[in-house]
Design a protein around this ligand. Structure first.
Ligand SMILES: NC(=O)c1ccc[n+]([C@@H]2O[C@H](COP(=O)([O-])OP(=O)(O)OC[C@H]3O[C@@H](n4cnc5c(N)ncnc54)[C@H](OP(=O)(O)O)[C@@H]3O)[C@@H](O)[C@H]2O)c1
Length: 224
């Protein structure tokens, strides 16, 4: 149970832009000290964590590039979330598209998906780059674990840092998160996007839909 401020409406914002997934985005940026001037690449960018991570990185004056699984999602990232670059990872090789979107390389990779996208990011990271290891949704339903990235040696040659993130480690900073990010929301600087499935009988379908990319922003099941 968690008390919320009723001045913030609709209350479902506390599942999205002020919810656990947004706090994951905020914690990830703090974990590797994302700062003005950084070029950050975010995978799973149109999901609940990714779109907030990108919007918060823009507020920190970073250059933000995202990948997502459809042209509609790419438009959402560019036009609604203010990403500087975005591409559809299903439309061509990730590394080629990433190199076009960030020709000078990237300083930070916010990893929500793992797999081929992590390989591409390892190649695109600059010396002393940082990786936020947040999620690996591309592998969650694999029957057998996939081989790891073939180019992990980039960590050595480019002196990269890869840090694991579990949002519950940050619960003692929840008030700080709500003050900062709630302030952005109230000031109209942060958009809350959700995909709503109506009725508890849709809950299982909504959950499976996350693995098929059927959501933009937070997937919410509305009970009544
Ligand atoms: N470390 C933590 O504490 C923590 C906390 C919360 C979430 N997470 C993790 O963070 C990641 C993002 O969570 P979220 O809540 O933002 O996600 P979400 O809103 O549930 O969205 C999931 C998105 O992942 C994409 N996706 C699905 N299968 C994919 C695949 N095979 N390859 C690439 N993308 C795929 C889909 O978009 P496309 O159309 O773009 O494919 C889908 O919309 C997940 O891996 C989640 O497990 C970690």
């Amino acid at each position: 149970m968690h008390p919320v401020n009723r001045e913030i409406q609709p209350l479902s914002v506390y599942l999205g832009a002020l919810g656990m997934t947004a706090m994951t985005a905020w914690a990830g940026l703090n974990l590797v000290d994302v700062k003005a001037g950084d070029v950050i690449f975010i995978s799973g960018a149109s999901g609940a964590v990714g779109n907030v991570a990108g919007q918060l990185a823009k507020l920190r004056r970073c250059r933000v590039v995202g990948s997502a699984g459809s042209a509609e999602k790419v438009r959402f990232l560019r036009e609604e979330c203010g990403f500087d670059g975005a591409f559809n990872y299903k439309a061509g090789p990730v590394l080629e598209q990433l190199n076009l979107a960030a020709p000078g390389g990237i300083d930070v990779y916010f990893d929500n998906v793992g797999g081929d996208t992590l390989d591409a990011a390892l190649s695109a990271l600059r010396v002393h780059g940082r990786i936020i290891a947040c999620g690996g949704i591309s592998g969650y339903n694999e029957a057998k674990p996939r081989p790891g990235p073939s180019n992990l040696f980039n960590i050595t040659t480019k002196r990269l840092t890869m840090k694991g993130l579990i949002v519950s480690d940050w619960l003692d900073r929840q008030a700080e998160f709500e003050k900062e990010v709630g302030g952005y929301f109230k000031a109209g600087k942060l958009k809350n996007r959700e995909t709503v499935a109506k009725g508890i009988d849709r809950a299982v379908d909504a959950f499976i839909g996350l693995f098929q990319g059927r959501n933009i922003g937070k997937m919410v099941v509305q009970l009544a």
